[in-house]
Write a protein that binds this ligand. Structure first.
Ligand code: HEM
Length: 489
């Protein structure tokens, strides 16, 4: 009778001792940071779907103002390092330590996800270098300029579809960016912005791609699998690109049309690509091309709706520039002159970064300075350690941005973001290669929508946008509901 109880108590004591030992991993190595709880580490609120991973990192960043980096524990009590100091961030992203932790810490199975494994964001080591090298030439200023006719056509359709009623901004933005990306990448018409006749089937682009990065009942599990656990990814059979989409993307590559699109430029490039590589690159360009830009367009519309003075300033710029260009904003020169509009986009991305943190993997052991200025010892980072670069926390740090929660495009007006204070597109050799195209397509759409309209909240009493705690890319939980009103001039 007593023996099983005694054994049980003994087991509990042993489990507690192991948990205490594991939760003090960093302290034993002389580093400061919070205690790591069994299974959840310091990410209980994320595991329970209460906070996004960016919010969890933001709190760890905020609670440790004296440390250059915080030794903490990710999910499954995995010891990790959260980097706070600007100089250290620079060294890791751009400087001498880049090669020690160049790979992103993500779990995507190369065999299950053949196409996604071609994405430079997912590829590692020398393979990353080759795959990125294929894509970078597609985004030189002159190449991006050549995409303007595609953008102008999509903007024309957008103008014809300006909603008369309240609308969900992310849904409209996704229809626009999918229309652009189908045209820019494949030379195809995605039929995302044309009025649908009764009985006509909806565009497959919309049907299959619009929900892909949106919150669903699976999102939390999928995000955990992607960021924290290859074992979980295997158990739930997680695919970054679902199988039916992988088949469809192969068909799209076959169906591509015309000479003036990204895929044709890739096919004509110096390195001969295999069919899988070409389809892999098409997948990357498509997936990276629409979602982040659509979210940015939705958020900038929202910020302008709740900051009327900033919207007035932006309208002034649109009017002035249009006047100089015979009423048209959709040409290279006019778009380049929309500097306040561009600053508004950067400021919206600062407040709502698409990726709330960058997570890098240490692939070659290197040394960090002491955690506090002037005291303590250097620390050797071991192979396999994850380094978290908390983008959202940095963007909302009052020491870097006074009154950080205020939407102030002036912060970036005529002064592009410097150093690692702004990581909306990452920084250094791994920085987003599609930044120019992403900014150009959102800027063209914003100018198209606001040239003749003002944007307002659909419901004046619903000021806050709730961010989903479950998704990998920032997404709103219940949508961003707005209204467009014809401007009176
Ligand atoms: C507003 C729109 C966009 C935002 C906010 C954005 C943001 C980002 C961020 C934060 C990264 C990670 C950088 C890092 O790891 O340091 C990234 C990587 C990447 N982005 Fe974008 N992006 C946007 C548009 C685009 C577009 C339009 C394309 C291409 C069509 C694109 C292609 C890529 C690729 C291929 C990578 C992986 C780069 C690498 O790891 O070498 N992005 N993007």
């Amino acid at each position: 009778m007593w023996l099983p109880l005694l054994l049980f108590c003994l087991l509990v004591v042993v489990a507690l001792l192991i948990a205490k030992w594991q939760g003090n991993h960093w302290r034993r190595l002389g580093l400061e940071g919070p205690f790591g709880w069994p299974f959840v580490g310091n990410m209980l609120d994320f595991a329970l779907g209460r906070w996004s991973y960016g919010e969890v990192y933001e709190e760890i960043y905020r609670l440790n103002p004296d440390l250059k980096y915080v030794a903490f524990y990710r999910l499954f009590n995995e010891p990790a390092i959260l980097v706070r100091d600007q100089e250290l961030l620079r060294q890791i992203l751009v400087g001498s330590n880049f090669t020690d932790c160049a790979d992103n810490a993500l779990h995507v199975d190369q065999h299950r996800d053949v196409l996604a494994s071609h994405n430079p964001f997912i590829a590692t080591g020398d393979r990353w270098r080759i795959l990125r090298g294929d894509l970078v030439p597609l985004f030189t200023p002159s190449r991006v300029r050549q995409t303007l006719p595609h953008l102008a056509r999509a903007c024309q359709l957008l103008r014809e579809q300006v909603p008369q009623e309240r609308f969900e901004a992310k849904e409209l933005a996704t229809r626009y960016t999918l229309q652009v990306v189908a045209s820019v990448v494949f030379g195809l018409d995605a039929h995302c912005l044309s009025s649908r006749k009764v009985g006509e089937t909806p565009s497959r682009w919309l049907e299959w791609l619009a929900p892909l990065f949106q919150p669903s009942s699976w999102s939390l599990l999928e995000t955990i699998a992607l960021l924290h656990s290859p074992r979980l990814a295997w158990i739930i059979g997680h695919r970054y690109v679902p199988l039916p989409l992988q088949h469809w993307f192969r068909d799209l590559v076959e169906a591509r049309s015309g000479a003036d699109n990204l895929l044709q430029w890739l096919a004509d490039s110096k390195r001969t690509l295999t069919k899988d590589e070409l389809t892999g690159h098409a997948t990357t360009l498509l997936l990276e091309g629409y979602e982040t830009s659509a979210m940015l367009l939705a958020f900038v519309l929202y910020e302008l709706a709740i900051n009327e003075d900033k919207q007035r300033r932006l309208h002034m710029e649109l009017d002035e520039v249009a006047q100089r260009h015979d009423g048209s904003l959709l040409n290279q020169a006019a778009l380049a002159e929309l500097r306040y509009t561009e600053a508004a986009l950067l400021e919206a991305l600062r407040l709502h970064p698409a990726m709330q943190a960058l997570q890098k993997l240490c692939t070659k052991s290197f040394t960090l300075p002491s955690q506090k200025s002037g005291t303590g010892q250097e620390f050797k980072v071991d192979l396999g350690t994850v380094l978290v670069l908390p983008v959202q926390a940095i963007h909302l740090d009052p020491d870097l941005y006074p009154e950080p929660n205020q939407f102030r495009p002036e912060r970036f007006f005529n002064q592009p973001p410097l150093g690692c204070r702004f990581l909306g597109f990452g920084a250094g050799p791994r920085m987003c290669p599609g930044m120019r195209l992403g900014l150009l397509q959102t800027k063209a759409a914003l100018a198209t929508l606001l040239q003749d309209h003002s944007v307002l909240l659909a419901d004046r009493d619903r000021m806050e946008v709730e961010v989903s705690p479950c998704t990998f890319l920032t997404a709103s939980k219940k949508g961003i509901w707005l209204r467009l009103m014809k401007r009176v001039t």
